[in-house]
Design a protein around this ligand. Structure first.
Ligand SMILES: [Zn+2]
Length: 256
């Protein structure tokens, strides 16, 4: 691990007053949650998530969506926040981090203690009836669905769709607006575990960079924004982020 980069990132956090983090699938892969958007190996190799996790397929063949998402949901429920989630929550509790903008639907940030989480792709906590619009807590049908695989129905007979944003659906407008406000307000942006290829994720570092706000990128693979970032680290983020937060805390202790 590049200790100089760790120190530089810690200095940037120390100087900043309004840090905003943007997190993607890579933040949760060390917790065992796969990047379901990319066709990879194992469970997800047989189907294209762009098709089965699209609103068109959900409308026509809801069963296909529920069958596909069942093992993924089990993995999410069993997953535990990793050291990077914990470090990010700590940064918020110390008053530095003002918001986490996330592409993840697994709620691991909240479970690690993060309070202000802007979920661009929605969440599993609630589900909405496609027919009458009633919103119910997903836990009302979760166990039965996981046990039986039966498609969940509302009292009115409509199908209940978890409030996750499927391909072909609009992102939640209020969340998107709040995330844009944060990107406009931040004086340091952390990009963690996002390849910055899915829109609108890439627009947030773009907003920051256009305002000459420094950007720190922690991601396994290179991104299109690496050249313009102040610090870039490709090591495992569950090691780099806790190291950066610890180095920042040490700086604070020295100054006190
Ligand atoms: Zn209904």
């Amino acid at each position: 691990m590049d200790q100089q980069a760790v120190q530089q990132a810690a200095q940037l956090i120390n100087q900043a007053h309004h840090v905003v983090a943007l997190t993607g699938a890579g933040h949760s892969t060390p917790s065992g949650v796969p990047d379901f958007r990319s066709t990879g190996s194992g469970l997800w190799s047989r189907v294209d998530p762009m098709v089965v996790a699209s609103i068109e397929v959900f409308q026509q063949y809801p069963r296909a969506f529920f069958d596909w998402s069942r093992p993924l949901t089990r993995l999410i429920m069993d997953a535990q926040p990793n050291a990077a989630h914990v470090a990010l929550a700590r940064l918020e509790h110390m008053g530095k981090l003002k918001a986490v903008i996330t592409q993840n639907i697994d709620e691991l940030h909240q479970r690690a203690g993060s309070r202000r989480v802007l979920e661009l792709h929605g969440h599993m906590r609630e589900s909405t009836c496609r027919q009458c619009g009633q919103v119910v807590a997903t836990e009302t049908f979760l166990d039965e669905w996981l046990a039986t695989g039966n498609v969940p129905y509302c009292e009115c007979g409509g199908i209940l769709k978890p409030n996750v944003i499927l391909f072909g659906e609009m992102l939640p407008r209020d969340v998107l607006a709040a995330a844009q406000v944060e990107a406009m307000a931040c004086d340091l942006m952390l990009v963690i575990g996002s390849s910055l290829t899915v829109m609108p994720a890439a627009t947030f570092p773009e907003i920051a960079l256009e305002r000459n706000v420094p950007v720190i990128i922690l991601n396994r693979d290179p991104t299109h924004y690496d050249q313009r970032a102040t610090v870039v680290m490709h090591d495992d983020l569950e090691i780099t982020l806790p190291a950066i937060v610890a180095a920042f805390e040490e700086l604070g202790n020295k100054e006190r």
